[in-house]
Ligand binder design. Structure first.
Ligand SMILES: [Zn+2]
Length: 156
């Protein structure tokens, strides 16, 4: 992402580095997964830690932002396609109640230095656009792990 997109939580400021999608969702709510989840990966501007915001995607009304991306999804794995304009705000829910915990990133090297935030409200995207993603990546979610000693806080 170009510079300038930030997430502010309390006195912490996180800069958006990149975002990516998983299917099915990597987080589960009450034992259930969602068809997709987007991860907004941020870097804390003061500390050497990451802050990842997860948002569940469910089939429903077409989401213009996601539909624009889905249209540009490459047809083959490994193919790269540049997109001109992406507004990540279009993939955020209307309400910002969220769960939060400290944990590792879900892709190697799975470094234990992330602040996870997961919004409680999912965002609707077109079912056909979900299909475009899942036909390329049938499953790219890390298997669910136990919370171990972590406390998961719900904030709304
Ligand atoms: Zn991820």
């Amino acid at each position: 992402m170009p510079e300038g997109s930030t997430l502010i939580r309390g006195d912490r400021v996180y800069e958006l580095i990149q975002f990516h999608f998983h299917t099915p969702s990597e987080h589960h709510v009450a034992g259930k997964s969602f068809p997709m989840e987007v991860h907004f990966v941020h870097k804390d501007t003061d500390r050497d830690t990451l802050g990842v915001l997860g948002v569940f995607l469910t089939p429903g009304a077409t989401n213009a932002g996601f539909a624009g991306l889905a249209e540009a999804f490459p047809m083959r794995l490994g193919e790269e396609i540049a997109v001109d304009e992406v507004d990540p705000n279009g993939l955020l829910p209307a309400s910002f109640g969220y769960w939060t915990y400290e944990g590792s990133l879900t892709t190697p090297p799975c470094t234990e230095n992330g602040d996870w935030m997961v919004t409680m409200e999912p965002v609707q995207v077109g079912a056909a656009d979900i299909k475009r993603f899942t036909s390329l990546y049938p499953s790219n979610a890390r298997p669910i792990h136990s919370p171990n000693r972590r406390f998961i806080l719900g904030l709304s």
